[in-house]
Write a protein that binds this ligand. Structure first.
Ligand code: GLC
Length: 440
């Protein structure tokens, strides 16, 4: 009987869901701010910072027991937590949004949840809601507020899995128990939605169940009913607004109109004292330029310590990135994906009206740079950050052929800037490219 009920609801929900999945044309308007923001800061903060364990995965993968993992709660103090300072740093980096872990897979909420479950107010010496002051500090600075929320909750007694190789129960054998978990989950989602009205929701863990099992459509509908402009990431088993490749930069431009690379600054999402494999500011900036040139956003992660201080290396990365963003802002914020590969050896972006082409040059090459297939006349070229004017030369143009000549641009060493030099080419009219094979 229970099986039949389960199957019937599954079929009904699938039928309805089939008709209503996200349609890019319908969400285009609400995605505007997100599309122009380019940079977000991801924050993984939780009890895992206490003993530098993997965030939630430590017990799921049986590196330590669940009990030992949860004991970290006793050491989570937030004693030096200064949300204004966090917000100031995020603003300095140039990010337009920040996404904080309201609850990771371990189930420990950073707010005062009404549900009978773990939170930092009742179970840690921090004893207070850590989200409200953070969201208000960033919003004051015009930064959008994002809520990471793990659908998975391995600590909840009604969640089917607790570790990789053991299950509490099978959903198909105990549908009521699963329904209890879902009621709890919808309740927590509603709390976060009502309390903080997130501008963006960042779901995680959808891989453990199907859209039907999670009730993704219901999650989407209920969130948007209260906060119609909220942007939802793609980890909602097909019901989100954008794609979220993780750690690895896509080699070709993702097909979906909006995408975001989430990436750590070392090798871990949360604070880990032993992890010193920091990416350099140059590496981060190179990756950022590449992401933006492919039409995406970067969600760059930091992992504060249990006391709320941010590791010095991460502060440094965000500051260096911020300085670079300030100098090169025209090429990044509000820009569009660049021109197809093959025209220029490196990342590029375009202004929204496509009358300006930005070229990103890393290293200290003095040799002239080459742009191929550019039909427009170049009005002027300047270096962002110091406004130096550059000269260029067009070679190989045959007067009667539609194939444009090759553009060589001189970039003397003294006008080059830190990490990656960005050139702005002002074009006569919106960009027009020739991408043929050079025949007549
Ligand atoms: C993965 C991990 C999780 C991390 C997330 C961030 O999904 O499960 O630990 O929070 O990536 O993108």
């Amino acid at each position: 009987m229970r099986h039949a009920f389960y199957l019937l609801s599954f079929l009904l929900i699938s039928a309805v869901q089939g008709q209503q999945k996200t349609n890019p044309d319908e969400i285009r308007d609400k995605m505007k701010w997100y599309e122009n923001a380019k940079l977000g800061i991801f924050i993984h903060w939780g009890i895992y910072a206490v003993n530098s364990t993997d965030e939630s995965w430590a017990f799921f993968n049986r590196k330590i027991s669940w009990t030992e993992y949860m004991q970290q709660a006793k050491g989570f103090t937030a004693s030096r937590y200064d949300p204004e300072e966090w917000a100031e740093l995020i603003q300095y980096s140039g990010a337009g949004y920040a996404v904080i872990t309201t609850k990771h897979h371990d189930g420990v909420a950073l707010w005062n949840t009404k549900a009978k479950h773990y939170d930092v107010v009742d179970n840690t010496p921090a004893k207070r809601d850590l989200l409200a002051p953070f969201y208000s500090a960033i919003r004051k600075r015009g930064i959008k507020a994002g809520a990471y929320f793990s659908l998975i909750d391995w600590s909840h007694p009604d969640y089917p899995a607790i570790t990789r190789d053991s299950v509490r129960y099978q959903i198909s054998n105990d549908y009521e128990r699963w329904q209890r978990f879902r009621n709890f989950m919808h309740g927590q989602l509603k709390e976060v939605n009502d309390l903080y009205k997130p501008d963006l929701w960042w779901f995680d863990g959808d891989w453990e169940h199907s859209a039907e099992e999670w009730e993704s459509m219901r999650i989407r509908t209920e969130i948007l009913r209260v906060n119609p402009l909220s942007v939802l990431n793609g980890r909602l088993a097909g019901w989100g607004d954008y794609e979220t490749p993780e750690q690895n930069i896509p080699v070709s431009q993702p097909k979906y109109p909006w995408w975001e690379l989430c990436m750590t600054t070392n090798d871990n999402w949360g604070y880990k004292v032993t992890d010193t494999n920091w990416k350099t500011p140059f590496e981060i900036i190179s990756i950022f330029a590449d992401v933006v040139s492919n039409g995406g956003n970067l969600l760059l992660d930091i992992g504060p310590k249990e006391d709320g201080t941010i590791p010095a290396e991460q502060v440094n990365i965000l500051r260096e990135l911020g300085d670079w963003n300030k100098a090169n802002r025209e090429a990044i914020f509000g820009s569009r994906a660049g021109i197809p590969k093959g025209h220029f050896f490196g990342p590029t972006t375009l202004s929204a009206d496509s009358t300006k082409l930005y070229l990103f040059v890393s290293g200290n090459s003095e040799g002239p740079l080459l742009v191929k297939g550019l039909t427009n006349k170049i009005k002027s070229i300047r270096v962002l950050g110091n406004n130096s004017a550059l000269t260029h030369k067009v070679v190989g143009k045959i007067s009667w052929s539609p194939v444009p000549g090759l553009v060589f641009i001189n970039l003397p060493r003294p006008v080059q800037t830190k990490y990656i030099t960005v050139l702005e080419l002002s074009l006569e009219g919106p960009i027009k490219l020739y991408s043929g094979q050079g025949g007549f």
